[in-house]
Design a protein around this ligand. Structure first.
Ligand code: GLY
Length: 416
C-alpha cells in the first residue's frame, strides 16, 4: 500500500515512521527528520490541488492528513472529489475543531457532559457575563471560536484576566477572524487525559489513552502550550472510564454529526477532564494530538494502518494491537516558546539511546546543517516495559538534543 502523510510536525514524523513499517510512505512537505525515514515531497499543506495531483501521479492508496488546518480548509474534500481515499474529516466535520461555537453547541445538543458556556461577539456583553460568573464564584476560560493554531484558549483566574482576554480577542483582534466570536465557559478543575478515536461509518475504536502536559514550565506553571510532553498508559484511566467516555462523549457526538448529515472518517481527539468524578469534554480536535501521537504509536503493534484504511474506506474498523509497554515523549523546545519561536540555531544530535527516537518538529536544513525552525523543535520519545524505564530513556534522548536555548520540562510523567 502507498500512503501519503500530509504535514511537517512531530505527529506526522511519528505517523510516517510507524506506517513505514507496514507500507510505502511519502510525506508532504515533511521535515528533515521525516526525510531520514521516508521520502518527502516539498508541497505545502495549503496547496490542495498539488497534493491531489501528487496522489494521482504516485497512485497513493491512502492519505492521512496530520494537522487540523488543511482539514478545516477542506483538503479532504478536494482529495475525495478526485476519488482519493482519505483519513481525515471534510470541512463540515472539521468544524468540531475549527469552530468552538459549533463544537460546544453540538455537545450541548448531544447531551455530552461539558462545562456551561455562552458565545459572544460583543465585548461589553461578554465582560458582563464573565463578571456574573466570577460573582457566582466560578472562574472562566475564554476561547476564540475559530482556529487560532492552539493559542486561542485563555484559562483565567480573575475577572480582570478574563476582561483582558475578551478585550484582546474581540477588540484587539489578537487572533484576527478566528477570535471575532468567542466562547466563555466555566473552568473545570481536575485531572485531564486525551483519547484519540478512529472513527468510521459503522464503528469507532479508541487508541491507548495518553496524558499531555500543557503548561510550559515544571509544576504546571507558565503559559499553555501545544503540549510539552506526554505519556501512556495513564494508570488511573481504567477500561471502565474509557467505556464511559465512549458512551457519554464520543458516541453521542458521532451520532449528532450523522444526524446533521456529516460523514466523519478520521480521528476525534477528545480532551477530557474529570470534574466531580465524572468525565467532561473540554474540547474536540479533528486530528491526532501532538505529542500524544508520538507515545500512542510507540504503543501500537500491528493493525494500525489497517484500522486507518478501514475508517477511510467506510469499512468496519478492527482495533490495532496494543503492546504491553509504556511510552514517554519529551518536547525539546526553543528558549522562549510559546511566546516566541526560534529559527536558525544549529542543532547537534548526540547519540539517541536504543529504544528512543527523535521525532522532528521545528527543524529545517540550511546548507546541509540541521537548524531550529519553530517553538517545539523535537520530541524525544521512548518506549520500554514500564513508565519508569521509558521516562529515563526519553530524558536521556532529550538531553541528546543540543542547541542554544534548548529547554524541556523535567517533570514529564513524574507522577505517572
Ligand atoms: N497536545 C494537545 C494537542 O495536540 O492539541
Amino acid at each position: 500500500m502507498r500512503v501519503l502523510v500530509v504535514g511537517s510536525g512531530g505527529r506526522e514524523h511519528a505517523l510516517a515512521w510507524k506506517l513505514a513499517k507496514e507500507a510505502e510512505v511519502i510525506a508532504a512537505p515533511g521535515n528533515p527528520g521525516i526525510a531520514e525515514d521516508v521520502e518527502t515531497v516539498s508541497i505545502s499543506t495549503k496547496r490542495h490541488q498539488e497534493l491531489a495531483q501528487l496522489c494521482l501521479d504516485r497512485q497513493i492508496d491512502l492519505v492521512i492528513v496530520g494537522p487540523e488546518e488543511p482539514l478545516i480548509e477542506g483538503l479532504a474534500d478536494v482529495l475525495r472529489e478526485k476519488g482519493i481515499t482519505v483519513f481525515g474529516p471534510g470541512a463540515d466535520g472539521a468544524g468540531l475543531e475549527g469552530s468552538k461555537v459549533f463544537s460546544k453547541q453540538l455537545m450541548q445538543r448531544a447531551g455530552v457532559p461539558t462545562s456551561p458556556f455562552e458565545t459572544f461577539t460583543n465585548p461589553t456583553v461578554a465582560k458582563e457575563y464573565a463578571k456574573a460568573r466570577y460573582d457566582a464564584g466560578k472562574a472562566v476560560v475564554v476561547k476564540a471560536s475559530g482556529n487560532a493554531l492552539g493559542k486561542g484558549v485563555v484559562v483565567t483566574n480573575t475577572y480582570e484576566e478574563a476582561t483582558d482576554a475578551i478585550q484582546q480577542m474581540l477588540v484587539g483582534k489578537q487572533f484576527g477572524l478566528a477570535g471575532s466570536k468567542i466562547v466563555i465557559e466555566d473552568r473545570l478543575e481536575g485531572p485531564e487525559f486525551s483519547i484519540l478515536t478512529i472513527v468510521g461509518d459503522h464503528n469507532f475504536v479508541s487508541l491507548p489513552v495518553a496524558q499531555d502536559h500543557k503548561r510550559s514550565l515544571d509544576g504546571n506553571k507558565g503559559p499553555n502550550t501545544g503540549g510539552m510532553g506526554a505519556f501512556s498508559p495513564v494508570s488511573w484511566v481504567t477500561p471502565d472510564l474509557v467505556k464511559t467516555v465512549e458512551q457519554t462523549i464520543i458516541k453521542p457526538t458521532i451520532d449528532s454529526l450523522r444526524e446533521q448529515g456529516i460523514t466523519y472518517r478520521g480521528t476525534i481527539f477528545s480532551g477530557i477532564m474529570m470534574d466531580q468524578g465524572k468525565p467532561h469534554c473540554l474540547e474536540f480536535n479533528v486530528r491526532m494530538g501532538d505529542p500524544e501521537t508520538q507515545v500512542v504509536v510507540a504503543r501500537l503493534g500491528n493493525g494500525f494502518l489497517k484500522a486507518l484504511y478501514a475508517a477511510a474506506t467506510g469499512n468496519i474498523i478492527e482495533p490495532p494491537e496494543v503492546l504491553d509497554n509504556a511510552a514517554v515523549s519529551i518536547v525539546v523546545a526553543s528558549e522562549h516558546y510559546p511566546i516566541l519561536s526560534s529559527k536558525g540555531s544549529p542543532i547537534t544530535l548526540l547519540e539517541c539511546p536504543v529504544g528512543a527516537k527523535f521525532f522532528h518538529a521545528g527543524t529545517s536544513l540550511l546548507n546541509g546543517e540541521l537548524i531550529t525552525n519553530g517553538g517545539r523543535v523535537m520530541t524525544a520519545t521512548a518506549a520500554a516495559g514500564n513508565l519508569r524505564d521509558a521516562r529515563k530513556l526519553a530524558y536521556r534522548a532529550a538531553a541528546a538534543v543540543v542547541f542554544e536555548g534548548a529547554r524541556y520540562r523535567s517533570d514529564i510523567a513524574a507522577d505517572a
